[in-house]
Structure formats: structure tokens, C-alpha cells
Ligand binder design. Structure first.
Ligand SMILES: *Cc1c(COP(=O)(O)O)cnc(C)c1O
Length: 374
């Protein structure tokens, strides 16, 4: 019996016919672009997070590009980003002609190290260019260290953007992801905690001006009327069908987040000693997009799991500063040793809200057996 890494079929069973009905309704009314479900989703997402505005868009990557454009990033600007992240974080910066400046990550959480960000912000590492902003990434679902990062950004007079593609539903100090930075970008890619049936994303902010800019930029820089353009924008809308799928999934999202927390707690109780388990910082709740352990015997472990029919994944095997198109960008003067250690040791185990205890026991048994050999 194969174990799925993320079980979307089990989720569909849990939802009954809700997704099919929601999609059929869109097919019936025929407003495939910016239909009523899009506005309803934005209202519900804003309420869910406690943010003043949620603006939906075509993907998490486009959410980052839209947010960066709204923040005024232009060619030649420097922006501090972690090197240990999915490509889209740095790609969005480079796509706009700006320069990513790579910062290091903490090995215990995998999130960006505020000390490294401080050293990247002084400008000495980016050809004399003073960075204009920082993108924090909530890796594996855990919000980054927004307290220290916001303080550093304020002191340097730069903005802080949250790449929350993996962390929707997470929280810190009583506030939900979507409100932890001045602007937040998230993704609805199917495997993210809240996923649609294709590509989708959203930008969250309390700032009326920024929200207005993002709304205009996602529809060709549209002004007051349809053929009035006030910005050079793009086509980055969320399809109505995807909004309908997300509205159906939102009805069970709180329960799913609670189930993910239970699965994570169970892993933390059951996994054998000799592994580094994911650290969650005080006051912080992860959305548990991934349950990621660290071990010097990562490859042995992945092979043993595969032999037992259990999938695992390495997010990410090579940090961005070592990837061809990104090698020429600068980095924090204090180096990127944490990211390199993480890339060599991380392994993500199956994680989704429908992972049942017997299968989890089996996964933990295989891990224990593999570690006790050699
Ligand atoms: C998935 C992801 C993105 C991009 O989201 P898409 O919807 O796939 O474009 C950006 N940043 C991080 C950290 C991600 O994990």
C-alpha cells in the first residue's frame, strides 16, 4: 500500500460534494473571470486572517511580484531574501530587475536569521547599494521572526514583505499570518495548506493605498474605468473556478489546521532520538505545510522510507546562491553556512490533515529501524 505525501483525495472525500457543487455553479453562471466568488473569497480570507484587505491573484509568485511592484521596487534596487527558500522568493525580485541579497537561515527553524539580515542591511554586501526592503519566508509553515525582523526593517527605514506561501493559517503572538508584516503574499498551489485546483495566490495588507495598487496592477494597471490605464500592470487575476474551490475548502480549513497540529505533535512524540525535530518558537503556531527533520543520514533515511513505500522530500537540496542564475548575486557578509547545513540535512515526511495514526506509526518505525542500522 502506497502512502501519499499529501492526500488530496482524502480531503475531497471529507468535503463530500461541496467542491463539485461550487464548480457547477460557476459553470452555470458563466462569470469565469472576476465572478462573484472572487469577491466573496477575498472577504472571507480577510476575515480569516484579520487583515483589512485580501486581494486574490493568479499565483504565489505573482502575489510576490504584485506586492514588490506596489512597494515601488524597480530595476537596480537591492532586496534582502533568504537563500534557503523556494526559487520564487528571489525570482520575483530578479524578475523586476532588482538584486536579491541573500541572508542566512537558522538551522533549528529553517527561517531567516535576523543577525544575518542585520549584516545584509548595512549595504556593504550589495555593491554599495542600500537594500530597500526585506522578504521574510515562513518556511514549512512557521512564521518567520517578525518581531526582530520588523525592528531591523524599521531601524533601516525599509519595508518588510512576508512570503507566506507555506504558512496561511499560522500565527504569532495572537495574530494570524496575513497581518504579521505590512504586506503578505501567499499561494494556493494545490500542495500548500490552503490549495486550489490549479494556480492561485493572494496579497494581504492593512494599507488602503497598497491594496488599491495591487488591485489595479493585477488587471493591466486599470484606472477608474476599463480602458483607462494608470500603471503598467499585468494579467494576474484568480479564476472564478479557483475561488469557488477555495471557498469550499475554507469551510474545513480550521479543522484541517487542528489536524495538522495533531499530526505534528504525534511525529514529535513518536520519532526516535538521534534526529533534530522541527523547532517552533514560543508564541508561534505553524501551519505545518511540512514536517521537516534534520539528520546527517538523510539519504539513508530517504532510501529506507522509499523501500517501505513511504515518500519523503528534500525542501531544498541546493540553496539559491548555488544555483546557476543566482550565483552572481551578493550575500550577507557573515556567510550562508546555516543554509548549506540545512540543504545537506533536511528531510520532509508525509504531512497532511488526513494522515492517520497507524500509518504515522509505520513511518516512525521505518525511521527508527533505518537509524538503528549502521
Ligand atoms: C510555493 C511558494 C511560492 C510560489 O507560489 P506559486 O503559487 O507556486 O507561484 C513562493 N514562495 C514560497 C516560499 C513557496 O513555497
Amino acid at each position: 500500500m502506497g502512502v501519499p505525501f499529501v492526500d488530496l483525495a482524502a480531503q475531497r472525500r471529507a468535503l463530500g460534494d461541496r467542491i463539485d457543487r461550487a464548480m457547477a455553479q460557476v459553470v452555470e453562471h458563466g462569470q469565469f473571470v472576476m465572478g462573484p466568488e472572487v469577491r466573496q473569497l477575498e472577504e472571507e480570507l480577510a476575515r480569516f486572517c484579520g487583515a483589512r484587505h485580501a486581494v486574490s491573484c493568479s499565483s504565489g509568485t505573482d502575489a510576490l511580484v504584485l506586492a514588490l511592484r506596489a512597494l515601488g521596487v524597480t530595476a537596480g534596487d537591492a532586496v534582502v531574501v533568504p537563500t534557503f527558500t523556494f526559487a520564487a522568493t528571489a525570482e520575483a525580485v530578479a524578475f523586476l530587475g532588482a538584486t536579491p541579497v541573500f541572508a542566512d537561515s537558522r538551522v533549528d527553524t529553517g527561517n531567516m536569521d535576523p543577525g544575518s539580515v542585520a549584516s545584509a542591511l548595512d549595504g556593504s554586501s550589495s555593491d554599495g547599494r542600500t537594500p530597500v526592503g526585506v522578504i521574510a519566508v515562513d518556511l514549512y509553515g512557521q512564521p518567520a521572526e517578525y518581531g526582530p525582523l520588523a525592528k531591523l526593517a524599521d531601524e533601516a527605514g525599509v519595508w518588510l514583505l512576508a512570503d507566506a506561501a507555506q504558512s496561511l493559517g499560522g500565527a504569532q503572538d495572537g495574530r494570524r499570518v496575513g497581518t504579521l508584516a505590512a504586506v503578505t503574499a501567499t499561494s494556493f498551489f494545490p500542495a500548500k495548506p490552503l490549495g486550489c485546483y490549479g494556480d492561485g495566490g493572494a496579497v494581504f495588507t492593512d494599507d488602503d493605498n497598497l491594496a488599491g495598487l495591487v488591485r489595479s496592477l493585477r488587471v493591466h494597471g486599470q484606472g477608474r474605468s476599463r480602458y483607462d490605464y494608470v500603471h503598467i500592470g499585468m494579467n494576474a487575476r484568480l479564476d472564478t473556478l479557483q475561488a469557488a474551490v477555495l471557498l469550499a475548502k475554507l469551510t474545513i480549513f480550521e479543522d484541517e489546521l487542528a489536524a495538522r497540529q495533531e499530526v505534528a505533535d504525534r511525529y514529535s512524540r513518536m520519532l526516535p532520538a538521534g534526529l533534530a525535530l522541527p523547532a517552533v518558537l514560543p508564541g508561534t503556531t505553524s501551519a505545518w505545510a511540512q514536517y521537516t527533520i534534520r539528520t546527517g543520514r538523510r539519504d539513508d533515511l530517504a532510501a529506507a522510507l522509499a523501500a517501505a513505500g513511504i515518500p519523503s522530500a528534500v525542501y531544498y537540496p541546493v540553496p539559491l546562491h548555488k544555483q546557476g542564475p543566482y550565483t552572481d548575486f551578493s550575500h550577507a557578509p557573515s556567510g550562508l553556512a546555516g543554509a548549506e547545513e540545512l540543504a545537506a540535512e533536511v528531510l520532509s515526511l508525509p504531512m497532511h490533515p488526513y494522515l492517520d495514526a497507524p500509518i504515522q506509526d509505520r513511518i516512525c518505525d521505518v525511521v527508527a529501524a533505518a537509524l538503528s542500522q549502521g
